[in-house]
Design a protein around this ligand. Structure first.
Ligand SMILES: *[C@@H]1O[C@H](CO)[C@@H](O)[C@H](O)[C@H]1NC(C)=O
Ligand SMILES: *[C@@H]1O[C@H](CO)[C@@H](O)[C@H](O)[C@H]1NC(C)=O
Ligand SMILES: *[C@@H]1O[C@H](CO)[C@@H](O)[C@H](O)[C@H]1NC(C)=O
Ligand SMILES: *[C@@H]1O[C@H](CO)[C@@H](O)[C@H](O)[C@H]1NC(C)=O
Ligand SMILES: *[C@@H]1O[C@H](CO)[C@@H](O)[C@H](O)[C@H]1NC(C)=O
Ligand SMILES: *[C@@H]1O[C@H](CO)[C@@H](O)[C@H](O)[C@H]1NC(C)=O
Ligand SMILES: *[C@@H]1O[C@H](CO)[C@@H](O)[C@H](O)[C@H]1NC(C)=O
Ligand SMILES: *[C@@H]1O[C@H](CO)[C@@H](O)[C@H](O)[C@H]1NC(C)=O
Length: 464
């Protein structure tokens, strides 16, 4: 990441505090530095050619076309067996390309595609893969998955194809749609589990039965140019869900669903999101965490450049009462909101349950959360909400250059048990954040810019 930007940012931080006569905590500076150095290698466009060169004279790639295994691709015939047979060959052959060709509509049942596979496998999806649409006929052995890939290493998923969960009957049978329905989980369209060094590029994932794309128990996953779409009222259809995974990069993705565009849950760290379009949906979320007294840990999350349109939440952290663990080192920057209901929200009283949730003494501990350069319009008056547990307050919330406005109306910030500070423009004002009383250096109101400049120099030379 841009080290010079960090230098100037810290310079501004100190200058701003010098002028405003606020407090700066050593912790804050350390935290910002650490977040700035959050390194996740970004997509190198040169590495991937749009279509692998399987026709090359050197014959470096082995083409495994599902059609050669009897897939019909008419949207009616069951192509599951053909896909499995093609998978077995592609997976066991080095440098192979499993091709789902353009033009076909392949009906495939809930299936586990298991690794480990030989090196350099590419899964090239150009056609459309659709799921059977009847929940009653779903394989009872695989209630939560449709296309499930596991134990892969160094695999590339790419193409202009579509993965379509045909989810409408599942949505209709959801207890969120109709309270008389039994609450049950539904399949995830695409799962990548227990894998590493995975790239997913292009692809459209749509109308999933429930979550669209889950990354679980995986390390080093780069997702770029993926589109996710489902109706805004389809229940629990999260776009990209990350659980128990590390070093995940999501960039240039357009996501619109009936739930979170991106959700990041337990045991995940080093998650970087860049150039994300979200809407409709419930926003970009960390959590929920801590349900049923569980432990939830999420650290080092960076969102840079996002546009959220007409979402119910913008940047959200949600935790249940009674949980434990922590969320720390989160930075959101360069975010534009358009008519978002809750643009900035930390909710430690999250309760997605028909019963009310009692307040408890234990809570997931939230600290070191930075918001900078966030602007746009809010639908609700409470443009910023920091609803934190009375017993486990949120600490070190930093706000810089925030400008959230409501068409014809005033905006405000709600705080409960939240500690932090703002500098630069912060609108609505964040005066309800309490300041940290210890471990902070008071920067004198009289301090002039020359002194601030010296401080900046000091940081540049010693810390970078
Ligand atoms: C899919 O699997 C289910 C359950 O195992 C089965 O009833 C059904 O015939 C299979 N094929 C399709 C296309 O649904
Ligand atoms: C909910 O489901 C019940 C039972 O299937 C049905 O009678 C009722 O009409 C449904 N309500 C709505 C609002 O769809
Ligand atoms: C969260 O992750 C930690 C560490 O992997 C694990 O011990 C804990 O059981 C997980 N919590 C839940 C709710 O799965
Ligand atoms: C969570 O723990 C609290 C305190 O020990 C207990 O009162 C409550 O019933 C527990 N909740 C659940 C869902 O287990
Ligand atoms: C809550 O956690 C307890 C103890 O870990 C477990 O026995 C219970 O099944 C969980 N309840 C739910 C609804 O997940
Ligand atoms: C905001 O969204 C609501 C629908 O949720 C719509 O009625 C309203 O016109 C929108 N406002 C603006 C300014 O776009
Ligand atoms: C829990 O605590 C919060 C903050 O003090 C309060 O606003 C809320 O009403 C309480 N909820 C319950 C169910 O007691
Ligand atoms: C929450 O985390 C902060 C920062 O790491 C720590 O100082 C504080 O003691 C923790 N609070 C609780 C209740 O564990």
């Amino acid at each position: 990441m841009d080290k010079l930007f960090l230098a100037s940012f810290l310079g501004i931080l100190i200058t701003a505090h010098g002028v405003a006569g606020n407090m700066v905590c050593d912790d804050d500076i350390g935290m910002l530095e650490e977040l700035e150095s959050l390194e996740i290698e970004e997509e190198n466009e040169m590495e991937l050619s749009p279509i692998p060169a399987w026709t090359s004279e050197r014959g470096s790639k082995v083409l495994v076309n599902v059609d050669s295994f009897g897939a019909v691709g008419d949207g009616v015939s069951d192509d599951t067996q053909a896909f499995l047979e093609a998978w077995d060959i592609a997976c066991s052959t080095p440098k192979s390309v499993l091709l789902v060709p353009e033009g076909g509509l392949y009906l495939v049942n809930a299936t586990r595609f298991k690794g480990p596979c030989s090196e350099k496998l590419v899964i090239q999806i150009e056609g459309t893969i659709i799921a059977p649409d009847e929940p009653e006929n779903w394989d009872p052995e695989l209630p939560r998955v449709w296309l499930d890939f596991s134990k892969l290493k160094g695999v590339i998923f790419q193409g202009d194809g579509v993965i379509d969960g045909s989810g409408s009957k599942w949505w209709a049978s959801s207890c969120k749609r109709n309270k008389t329905n039994r609450c049950r989980g539904a399949p995830t369209a695409l799962t990548i589990d227990s894998s590493s060094a995975i790239k997913v590029k292009g692809l459209t994932i749509q109308n999933s039965q429930q979550m669209h794309f889950v990354i679980s128990q995986s390390d080093s996953v780069r997702i770029s140019g993926v589109q996710v779409s489902a109706p805004g009222d389809s229940p629990n259809t999260d776009g990209i869900h990350i659980t128990e995974s590390t070093n995940v990069l999501i960039q240039d993705c357009k996501i619109g669903t009936g739930d979170d565009c991106i959700s990041i849950v337990n045991a995940s760290s080093n998650i970087k999101m860049k150039r994300i379009y979200c809407g409709p949906g419930h926003g970009i979320s960390i959590g929920s965490l801590g349900k049923n007294n569980s432990t939830g840990i999420v650290t080092k999350v960076l969102l840079d450049k996002a546009f959220l349109k007409e979402t119910t939440n913008g940047l959200r952290i949600k935790t249940w009462q009674g949980g434990s663990g922590y969320v720390r080192e989160v930075m959101y920057q360069n975010v534009r909101m358009d008519n978002v209901s809750n643009p900035i929200i930390i909710d430690q009283f999250y309760c997605d349950s028909p019963k009310t949730c009692q307040n408890q003494t234990s809570a997931v501990n939230i600290s070191q959360i930075v918001y900078r350069d966030i602007s746009g319009t809010t639908k609700s008056e409470k443009a910023m909400q920091f609803a934190c547990s009375d017993t486990v307050p949120c600490r070190d919330i930093v706000l810089s250059n925030i400008n959230l406005e409501k068409k014809d109306g005033t905006v405000e910030t709600y705080c409960n048990s939240a500690q932090g500070f703002g500098y630069g423009t912060v609108h609505p004002s964040a005066d309800c954040l309490s300041s940290n009383d210890k471990e902070c250096v008071f920067i004198n109101q009289e301090e002039n810019l020359e002194d601030a400049g010296t401080s900046r120099e000091h940081i540049v030379h010693t810390e970078l």
